[in-house]
Design a protein around this ligand. Structure first.
Ligand code: HEM
Ligand code: HEM
Length: 178
């Protein structure tokens, strides 16, 4: 059995993967080193992930899970579905918490300098929070989900390499092949 993945699945996988990996790296670097000039780029690219990730969930429901390449035990199939569902969920939760934290902290939302929700500032130029509590909660959630994403993604990439180098099957090959 060697079912090919659809072109839409491949396109969505790599469009989201490249951008999410980039956002994780930029997010960690900009936060750690306080590089504020990177924040608007991180936010705009991050917001663009949301419609792609929503479409991907719709596509996965419509198309159903890709058929496994070879006979796997139910335990492994279930584990791979749980990890893929976690990755799909986190690619939705990251942009949602990011956008909410910006809105609740009064910073508004802009897409590449086009304002979507105006920032709220006082006469001294400080941001006026919509809700201090929710700004803090969504901030913590963005950070917690990014740690979870890093962890599950490491396992995901390790699993792909194990398939390729130890199980010597076509799992890694078919995510690259059109
Ligand atoms: C170097 C990076 C990556 C590699 C090598 C990789 C590799 C793979 C492989 C081999 C599969 C299995 C396809 C099959 O069932 O045959 C897969 C599926 C999947 N990957 Fe990745 N992946 C990477 C990055 C990512 C990232 C960053 C995400 C999301 C944040 C992600 C989410 C998924 C999901 C949800 C699936 C299930 C199929 C689908 O719904 O598209 N992957 N990946
Ligand atoms: C898939 C999308 C996204 C990913 C993977 C992502 C990832 C990250 C990561 C890894 C960090 C650093 C966390 C840490 O240092 O522990 C971060 C910080 C941040 N993200 Fe995102 N992000 C995404 C989307 C967004 C969006 C849409 C917004 C806002 C509209 C946003 C706003 C921010 C802000 C403001 C920070 C810095 C917070 C601070 O310095 O205190 N992110 N992000």
């Amino acid at each position: 059995m060697d079912h090919r993945l659809s072109k839409t699945t491949l396109f969505l996988h790599w469009m989201i993967a490249i951008n999410v990996i980039g956002l994780l790296i930029v997010g960690l670097i900009m936060h750690e080193n306080k590089i504020y000039s990177l924040y608007p780029i991180h936010k705009s690219v991050g917001m663009l992930i949301l419609p792609l990730a929503l479409f991907r969930v719709y596509w996965r429901i419509k198309e159903k899970w890709p058929a496994p390449i070879h006979q796997l035990s139910q335990k492994w199939i279930r584990l791979s579905h749980i990890s893929h569902i976690s990755l799909l969920s986190l690619t939705l939760l990251m942009p949602i918490t990011g956008m909410l934290m910006s809105i609740f902290s009064g910073r508004g939302l802009s897409l590449f300098s086009v304002p979507l929700i105006m920032a709220q500032q006082n006469s001294e130029g400080e941001f006026i929070e919509l809700s201090k509590t929710w700004a803090e909660i969504t901030h913590q959630m963005h950070f917690l989900f990014s740690d979870m994403l890093l962890f599950i993604l490491s396992a995901h990439i390790t699993a792909a390499l194990i398939h390729h180098f130890f199980l010597k099957d076509n799992v890694l090959r078919r995510i690259f092949r059109i």
